[in-house]
Design a protein around this ligand. Sequence first.
Ligand SMILES: C[S@@+](CC[C@H](N)C(=O)[O-])C[C@H]1O[C@@H](n2cnc3c(N)ncnc32)[C@H](O)[C@@H]1O
Length: 268
Amino acid sequence: MARTASIMAVELQHRRWTRRNPNRSFSAFYSDVIRDKIVAGNAHRILGDRQRFESRSSAIRDRLIYHRGRAHFLRLSSRLRGGSPHVVEFGCGSLRVGRHFIGALPPGAYTGLDVTDYFYRVGLDALPEGLEEDKRPSCMVISDEVLRRVRDTSPDLVFAVAVIKHVPPAELASVLVQLAGLIGANGQLVFVFEEASRTMRVDGKSWAYTRRTMVDKLERLLPGHVAEFEVLDSWSFWGRSIQRTELALVPRSLTTSGMAREAAAGLP
Ligand SMILES: C[S@@+](CC[C@H](N)C(=O)[O-])C[C@H]1O[C@@H](n2cnc3c(N)ncnc32)[C@H](O)[C@@H]1O
């Protein structure tokens, strides 16, 4: 009931917004709504789960935010093979994960991309003093020109956390084209998505997709890459199993067997 009401409320809000903003994407709607909420003085998770944890002490809350971002960083950075890697975060938001990469990588090695500059400006401001000057992260608003420029740098790792779930079915194919277009033959693409046995809207601004949807769209875009899935978390939602799943598209040459792992298996 609450879910249906939330979806209907967002639908109405989206329709009104589309009348004022014809031809703009759901992603633009998503970031506009959240930015307006924050500008109006409301807390939002995008700035670090402040709402959910506001009843606890701020020290605990800040530690939780830090550790969640760090857990993603540790998992993702373990894929890097040394040397001087270039890492690109797609949908970097307020740098919850990005700040850990910025701290760990050499200067100039982290690029954050988003549909709006609002969240990463907040994130850059919150970096420890001197870190931005030392490490020179490059944060940019996504455009065709920016995507071309970033692709030309041949990123070793392109990743997206908590982004694909906010992309509606009608826009999924074009976002996956953007993501896949950022890596060359030797780059890895890793993103986290909400997985279900069928495409479903799990709340007003979030969708779950099937593994098959991802594989069908990506195998044509990245024929030289192997899809590897890892389930990070799972829960039950309205009688259905939802998983938080990481999908890694790894160049065949970097996989141990050079063979595709079972990519198309459905949910148990
Ligand atoms: C929930 S936040 C996650 C931010 C960050 N990745 C993290 O894990 O903390 C979702 C982010 O995705 C961005 N976003 C939404 N749709 C996008 C799209 N189509 N392309 C790129 N970024 C998008 C939003 O602006 C927002 O910064």
